[in-house]
Design a protein around this ligand. Structure first.
Ligand code: PEP
Ligand code: MN
Length: 337
C-alpha cells in the first residue's frame, strides 16, 4: 500500500501518519519527491483501515500495490533511481558502460584492456576473479590474486571496478575491495547471498537468472532492498529459450517492462546473451534504443586465447567503434554516452 501525501504538508503531520502506520506493524518507506511525498508500506497491512487514512486531510490518495515487490516498485518511488558509485553513476541521463574481460588473467591483460576501454569511453571496468563455470575442470578464476590485479587496474585508470561475488564468505572482502558487487545469473536466487549483500551499502548489480521471469528478477532485488541496501542495479543478460543459435535469447522487451514496473536502473549484457562476438554490436545498439541505462560488454585483447568466453568477446578496436556508433543512438534517445 502507498499513501500519497498532499504537497506542502508539514513534516510533523507526515511523522504522525508514519508513527501510526508503524504502530500498526508496518515498515514505512518514505520517498520525498518535488511535488509528492510518498509513504510506501511494507508488511502486514491488514490492520490498516483505508477509510481512516483517507479521512486524513493531508492524504491525497491511497494506492494498493498488488505486486509482491514493494521497495523495488515504481509506485514506491516514482522517479528513476540513480545509483552513485564513487564519482560515477548508473541510471539517469548518462549511460553507464561496464567493459572488460570475462576473467582477469594477468596484470598485463587487465591493465592493458582497462586503459583501452577507458580511452574509448567506458565508465566502469569489469573482470571476473571468481568464475561460476559449468565444469569444475574449467578455469575458475584467479580468485584473491585476481582481485588484487583488478584493484591495480583501477589504480592505473581510475575506473570503478565491477566483479562477481559467489559466496557469502567473501562479502566483507568484496565490500572492502570492489566498487560494484555483481551477483551472477546462476546466483540470482541464492537468497542467503542476496540477504548478505543487502546488509551492506555497496551497489549490487543483479543479473537475471537464465530461467528467471522478470518478476523473479525484481523479487531478487527486493531481497537486497528488504535488508536495507537500496543501491541495486538490474541486468538483462539473455534467457534460455528453445533457440540454440545464440547462447541465450536477449529479452529486449524486459527493459521497457522493468522500467515501467520499477525505479531501478537496468543495464544490458549483450555478450552473455549472444555468446557470439559479432552479435554484440547490433544487440548493444538495440539495448540503448529500447531505453537501457547502460551496457556490460566483454572486451578482450586476444579473444582467440582468452581463458573464458573468448567467442563472445570483442577486441578493444571493435569496442572503440561500437562506442562511436552508440553515441548516435544515445543522442536520438536523449541520453549521454
Ligand atoms: C559474467 O558476467 O561473467 C557472467 C558469468 O555472467 P552471467 O552471470 O550473466 O552468466
Ligand atoms: Mn563471461
Amino acid at each position: 500500500m502507498v499513501i500519497v501525501i498532499k504537497a506542502k504538508t508539514p513534516q510533523e503531520e507526515i511523522e504522525k501518519i508514519k508513527r501510526k502506520m508503524e504502530k500498526l506493524g508496518c515498515e514505512v518507506h518514505e520517498t520525498i519527491g518535488e511535488n509528492r511525498h510518498i509513504l510506501g508500506l511494507v508488511g502486514d497491512t491488514s490492520k490498516i483501515d483505508p477509510d481512516l487514512i483517507q479521512a486524513n486531510r493531508n492524504v491525497e490518495r491511497l494506492i494498493y500495490v498488488q505486486e509482491p515487490y514493494k521497495k523495488v516498485n515504481r509506485s514506491f518511488h516514482p522517479k528513476d533511481s540513480i545509483i552513485t558509485v564513487n564519482n560515477k553513476s548508473i541510471g539517469g541521463n548518462k549511460l553507464a558502460v561496464i567493459a572488460g574481460p570475462c576473467s582477469i588473467e594477468s596484470e598485463e591483460q587487465i591493465v592493458t584492456i582497462a586503459e583501452q576501454v577507458k580511452r574509448s569511453g567506458a565508465t566502469f571496468l569489469r573482470g571476473g576473479a571468481f568464475k561460476p563455470r559449468t565444469s569444475p575442470y574449467s578455469f575458475q578464476g584467479l580468485k584473491e590474486d585476481g582481485l588484487e590485479l583488478l584493484k591495480l587496474a583501477r589504480e592505473k585508470t581510475g575506473l570503478p571496478i565491477v566483479t562477481e561475488l559467489m559466496s557469502p564468505n567473501y562479502v566483507e572482502k568484496f565490500v572492502e575491495d570492489v566498487d560494484v558487487i555483481q551477483i551472477g545469473a546462476r546466483n540470482m536466487q541464492n537468497f542467503d547471498l542476496l540477504k548478505e549483500v543487502g546488509k551492506t551499502n555497496k551497489p549490487i548489480l543483479i543479473k537475471r537468472g537464465m530461467s528467471a521471469t522478470i518478476e523473479e528478477l525484481l523479487m531478487a532485488a527486493e531481497y537486497v532492498m528488504s535488508e536495507g541496501n537500496e543501491n541495486v542495479i538490474l541486468c538483462e543478460r539473455g534467457i534460455r529459450t528453445f533457440e540454440k543459435y545464440t547462447r541465450n535469447t536477449l529479452d529486449l522487451s524486459a527493459i521497457p517492462v522493468i522500467k515501467k514496473m520499477s525505479h531501478l536502473p537496468v543495464i544490458v549484457d549483450p555478450s552473455h546473451a549472444a555468446g557470439l562476438w559479432w552479435l554484440v554490436e547490433p544487440l548493444a545498439k538495440a539495448a540503448v534504443a529500447v531505453g537501457a541505462d547502460g551496457l556490460m560488454i566483454e572486451v578482450h585483447n586476444d579473444p582467440a586465447n582468452a581463458m573464458c568466453d573468448g567467442q563472445q568477446s570483442i577486441t578493444p578496436e571493435r569496442f572503440d567503434s561500437l562506442m562511436n556508433s552508440l553515441k548516435e543512438i544515445a543522442k536520438i534517445e536523449n541520453r549521454d554516452l
